[in-house]
Design a protein around this ligand. Structure first.
Ligand SMILES: [Zn+2]
Ligand SMILES: [Zn+2]
Length: 201
């Protein structure tokens, strides 16, 4: 819970500092932004509870071997799964309806990363629990991956004046175009799948 609150506040601070430092125009914060992002924070805390009890009951187990292999596996697996799911969230009802809330931000403010339908936050939280349940992962790989995933989310939701399409890794300009156009750049960590399936902007 403390880590979730800390990451929530740190995201807002990074975004604020970034926009001030590079004199970037931020989206005006609405009361709905504050409300929905606090709900997302609450969902992120609550969704971790079943995972915690599965861990205590020995249903989710971790090990301490193969740190690098597990970390790379997690990043690769999530990169491809997130591309497919994100694409599905743009074309299949009712996921499309759910995901539309995140797209009310065509550019960003301090809360954009957390502005989403609570069901979307719940879905991705449970996906993380499912991965931990299915695979017997290195505990440090899993924890570092959760931090990496959050950090990538923070970076992806920073405003930028850059229009450049990245060569391999996704970045702020890549995800900004996704929010602005809504029909391209579905990838997150890498742009590989967008290039392969010709969904880049
Ligand atoms: Zn989207
Ligand atoms: Zn986004």
């Amino acid at each position: 819970m403390a880590a979730n609150v800390f990451m929530f506040l740190l995201n807002a601070l990074i975004n604020l500092f970034w926009s001030k430092q590079y004199k970037l125009k931020s989206l005006k914060i609405s009361s709905l932004d504050i409300k929905t992002s606090l709900i997302t924070l609450g969902v992120n805390v609550i969704v971790a509870i079943p995972g915690y009890y599965l861990f205590l009951g020995g249903k989710i187990t971790f090990n301490q071997q193969g740190f690098l292999v597990d970390l790379v596996l997690l990043i690769f697996l999530f990169d491809v799964v997130m591309y497919i799911l994100h694409y599905a969230f743009h074309i299949i009802w009712p996921f499309k309806k759910i995901h539309q809330h995140h797209h009310t931000h065509t550019y960003f403010n301090e809360f954009s990363l957390y502005v989403m339908n609570p069901l979307e936050a719940l879905f991705f939280g449970l996906l993380l629990t499912l991965i931990a349940f299915v695979f017997n992962l290195n505990i440090y790989s899993f924890l570092l991956f959760i931090f990496f995933n959050w950090l990538y989310g923070v970076v992806a939701h920073l405003n930028t004046k850059s229009e450049k399409t990245p060569l391999f890794f996704g970045n702020s300009s890549f995800h900004k175009k996704h929010h602005a156009l809504s029909n391209c750049n579905y990838g997150f960590y890498t742009v590989v799948w967008d290039k392969l399936f010709r969904t880049t902007s």
